[in-house]
Write a protein that binds this ligand. Structure first.
Ligand code: UD1
Ligand code: UDP
Length: 376
């Protein structure tokens, strides 16, 4: 029998980071399965940069990114492009992670060809399809057509069970925790080594925060560094020009604000470790920060990742200026409140998600491989 062919599809920075551990794990079993890495190129520099951190390069790249791309642009180009790739490669299984438009398109194109699809990071949900936009729609739609659901947590598996998926749901932990552990030891600490003040780290890019919410976020963090002179603010700017302009308009030129290019993944991980407080609307950062015991203020009105909040590492602060300022200042000035949030916990995984996924995927093709007890 020919070796099963597995196509892993990535398009954005988090796709690359969270899929890389699975690709690397499957490639250890190259005698049994073939694993082809396909990129839509929804992101360009940030995708290549993230793959490089794992020594990976796409085997095929549709290179679709354009500045000012709309959701419809990305969707139409990715579905048509991926359909051509599936036609050529004839995969036995397609894998993709999370809720990006690339992942939605990878699943839709597989559905049209009646090809099995495995969803990594399945089952995250908020209570409205409009938020996060369009990610909540993307992941619900992917869940409808997935044959294998790799839920990162028990809660995510329960979401899928409530929707009627009781078969082929596996609780694996999040592959993002595999990724962060893989690189945590890798990079030297080169970020702001002589900086004695406390570092506040900000990342923001979400579509639903564009415009006024992002302005409020930028004004809030400016007020925080102005109030607490013992802090500096570091802002790795997403490459989206809309996001950059909004941040620059309010934060550029401040003597204790560093607006920087997005660091490579290992360096970014070191920067998280070096920070005292993290403010973010990123999904991946919300998952990684608790592993280092870093308090996180989540700059969103709703989150599909309540585990960090329940564990006590994260607070959902929304995007109102005063709320963000109050919460940040409270944590920076109250050591016991800070300490309660600063315990390292890992509600999102133990670093072995890719091994669990590999075992399920190989079993799907009746291939034996070392089992890995499910994550609880
Ligand atoms: C996408 C995902 C979002 C994810 C985020 C991670 C969708 C709908 N959104 O949002 O879920 O959280 O990625 O970062 O899938 N750009 C570059 N170079 C790059 C990357 C982006 O110049 O390497 C610029 C381009 O102008 C591009 C724009 O950013 O048009 C927006 O990219 P897009 O993928 O449409 O949306 P994101 O906001 O990045
Ligand atoms: N990240 C990075 N460099 C940066 C900012 C983030 O490598 O400058 C990593 C981060 O550690 C996480 C991932 O990128 O693993 C999150 O990507 P992003 O915030 O763009 O997307 P989201 O997780 O919100 O979908």
């Amino acid at each position: 029998m020919a070796k099963p062919k597995i196509v892993c599809v990535v398009g954005t920075r988090p796709d690359a980071i969270k899929t890389a551990p699975v690709v690397l794990e499957l490639r250890k079993y190259a005698r049994d399965v073939e694993c082809v890495l396909v990129a839509t190129g929804q992101h360009r520099e940030m995708l290549v940069q993230a793959l490089r951190s794992f020594g990976l390069e796409a085997d095929r790249d549709l290179n679709i990114m354009a500045h000012g791309q709309t959701l419809a642009d990305v969707t139409s180009r990715a579905v048509v492009g991926l359909d051509g790739v599936y036609q050529e490669l004839q995969p036995d299984l397609v894998l993709a992670q999370g809720d990006t438009t690339t992942t939605f398109c990878a699943a839709l194109a597989a559905f049209y060809r009646q090809t099995s699809f495995g969803h990594i990071e399945a089952g995250l949900r908020t209570d409205t399809v409009w938020n996060p936009f369009p990610e909540e729609f993307n992941r619900r739609a992917v869940g409808l057509v997935a044959r294998l659901h790799f839920a990162p947590t028990r809660l995510a598996a329960e979401n899928l069970e409530r929707e009627g998926s009781t078969k082929d749901v596996y609780v694996t932990g999040n592959t993002g925790i595999d990724a962060v552990r893989m690189v945590a030891e890798q990079a030297p600490q080169t970020w702001f080594p002589s900086e004695e003040r406390r570092i506040i780290l900000l990342t923001t890019h979400r579509r639903e925060n564009w415009g006024e919410p992002q302005r409020h976020i930028a004004e809030a963090v400016r007020e925080v560094v102005d109030t607490d002179k013992g802090t500096v603010l570091v802002v790795p700017m997403h490459r989206n020009p809309t996001v950059r302009e909004a941040l620059r308009a309010i934060l550029d030129g401040h003597p204790r604000v560093h607006l920087i290019e997005p660091p490579d993944y290992p360096e970014f991980v070191k920067l998280m470790e070096r920070s005292s407080l993290i403010l973010t609307d990123s999904g991946g950062v919300q998952e990684e920060a608790p592993a280092f015991g870093k308090p996180v203020l989540v700059l969103r009105t709703t989150t599909e990742r309540p585990e960090g909040i329940e564990a006590g590492n994260a607070v959902l602060v929304g995007t109102e200026r005063q709320t963000i300022v109050d919460e940040a200042i409270r944590l920076l000035s109250d050591p016991s409140a800070y300490q309660r949030m600063a315990t390292a916990r890992s509600p999102y995984g133990d670093g072995r998600a890719a091994q669990r996924i590999r075992h399920v995927v190989l079993s799907h093709f009746d291939i034996e491989s070392p089992p890995e007890p499910m994550w609880t």
